[in-house]
Design a protein around this ligand. Structure first.
Ligand code: LMR
Length: 332
């Protein structure tokens, strides 16, 4: 039998008295925010800022618990946990959504965006924004895009032109586009959870990877990679998501306050992400354990020419119009 509102309130009060906690605490909405990176990264900082602002503005009504570094759920399990209601918020990389909406594969196309400002323009366009609400029928609601940054190639050998990658094993996120990207340069892609990458690189299960500076630094990947090529060849950004049923079922006043906080945090993350990546890049150079390689414009062009055929392979899934809209964002 369904409980009516006054009976459930009375129950909450009774339970609270029994446990020696206040009624407000007993009725508290708990938001578990799980992610796979370190607190110091753009996503890690965003999750902590969200937690802080919710505490300041919503007091006892809502409690946010942040679980960084795959400490609660790692890749592969976190989406399932969100759909089951075991966590309420995540910010997976855009490379991890192809099971839910193949159009999101657009963000993995190599050499699509010339820089993070172009990414920003696309994400703010009507085409970019509609992708946030495109998975509601699957129970997933996008609340915003959070930047990390452009990816750099790393390996245990010098990567200057695409032929250098031949035969090397590269760790990729669970994305078919990224698999094809490495096959295009005749390398061997291996899908692997983020939490396994350090060990994979250390033991030689894989020889290389692609990550933004903030992930290379905070996970210490640079300690097990002799070379990093400053390739900026692709993007690693996130979609901040929630369980649609959970979010839509929140009391209106709480949801509206949370929406405002999400907007504020999103702006802050996106302003700070570049600075975090720039400073982590410098820390890696200062550590002196890894050689950072600059590409000449001609070399970068060779990588682009080698990888760009991947666009055509996924045009059917993504849609040519969407690719054109993203490409247009390169013109400021
Ligand atoms: C990865 O698996 O490399 C990234 O998606 C990790 C992250 O969340 O930045």
């Amino acid at each position: 039998m369904a409980l009516n509102a006054s009976r459930s309130l009375a129950l909450a009060a009774g339970l609270a008295a029994l446990l020696g906690i206040t009624q407000a605490q007993a009725e508290q909405i708990v938001i578990k925010f799980s992610h796979v990176v370190a607190d110091s990264t753009p996503k890690g900082q965003g999750a902590l800022m969200f937690q802080k602002l919710v505490k300041e503005r919503l007091g006892d009504k809502v409690r946010v618990e942040v679980y960084p570094n795959s400490s609660l759920y790692g890749d592969g399990k976190e989406m399932e946990a969100l759909l089951l209601g075991d966590v309420q918020m995540l910010a997976p990389s855009l490379a991890k959504f192809d099971k839910y909406n193949k159009q999101l594969q657009i963000y993995d196309l190599p050499f699509l965006f010339k820089d993070i400002n172009a990414v920003d323009r696309f994400q703010h366009s009507p085409e970019g924004k509609q992708l946030l609400t495109s998975m509601q029928d699957k129970g997933v609601l996008g609340l915003g895009y959070w930047h990390n940054g452009m990816k750099q190639l790393s390996a245990n050998k010098k990567l200057q032109d695409p032929r250098d990658a031949r035969g090397l094993k590269f760790r990729v996120q669970s994305s078919n586009v990224l698999e094809e990207q490495f096959k295009a340069v005749r390398a061997i892609p291996r899908k692997m959870s983020f939490s396994e990458v350090y060990q994979g690189l250390q033991t030689g299960v894989v020889n290389g990877a692609e990550n933004p500076w903030s992930n290379i630094y905070s996970q210490k990947f640079y300690e097990v990679q002799d070379y990093i090529t400053e390739s900026n060849h692709g993007l690693l950004d996130y979609m901040l998501i929630t369980n649609a049923k959970f979010w839509n079922g929140l009391p209106d006043d709480v949801r509206s306050e949370l929406d405002d906080i999400v907007e504020e945090v999103t702006t802050a993350v996106n302003e700070e992400a570049k600075q975090i990546n720039d400073s982590d890049r410098q820390k890696i150079i200062d550590a002196g354990t890894t050689t950072v390689i600059q590409l000449t414009p001609e070399q970068r062009n060779e990588w682009r020419e080698a990888m760009k055929p991947v666009w055509k392979e996924f045009e059917g899934d993504i849609g040519k119009d969407l690719i054109d809209a993203a490409d247009k964002s390169n013109q400021s």
